[in-house]
Write a protein that binds this ligand. Structure first.
Ligand SMILES: [Zn+2]
Length: 88
C-alpha cells in the first residue's frame, strides 16, 4: 500500500496516511480539523506538472528529472505552473 501525503489547506500542516490505493482521499487535519487534500506521493501515478513534458518523455531522462523535482515542495508561485494537470 502506498503512503499518501496530505496537506491541510488551512494551516498548511502535513500528515501521512498509509492506505490502499483504492481508498477515497479522506483525511482531516489533526490541528484544525479541516479536510486535507491529498498530494501526489511516491509510488502513485505521477502527474505531469509544468510545461514542456509530453507523454513521449515518459521514462526518459527529462521525465525522471521532472519526477524528482515534483517530490520537492513547490514554491507557491512557480513559473509555468499554469498548464493543466489533466491530459487530454
Ligand atoms: Zn490544519
Amino acid at each position: 500500500m502506498p503512503t499518501y501525503e496530505y496537506e491541510c489547506p488551512k494551516c498548511g500542516c502535513r500528515l501521512e496516511k498509509f492506505e490502499p490505493i483504492t481508498a477515497e482521499p479522506n483525511a482531516k487535519c489533526p490541528e484544525c480539523g479541516a479536510k486535507c487534500k491529498r498530494l501526489i506521493g511516491a509510488g502513485a501515478g505521477i502527474i505531469f506538472k509544468g510545461s514542456g513534458f509530453y507523454t513521449t518523455d515518459y521514462r526518459s531522462d527529462s521525465y525522471k528529472k521532472a519526477a524528482e523535482r515534483d517530490k520537492e515542495p513547490a514554491p507557491a508561485a512557480s513559473s509555468g505552473g499554469k498548464s493543466s494537470d489533466k491530459k487530454k
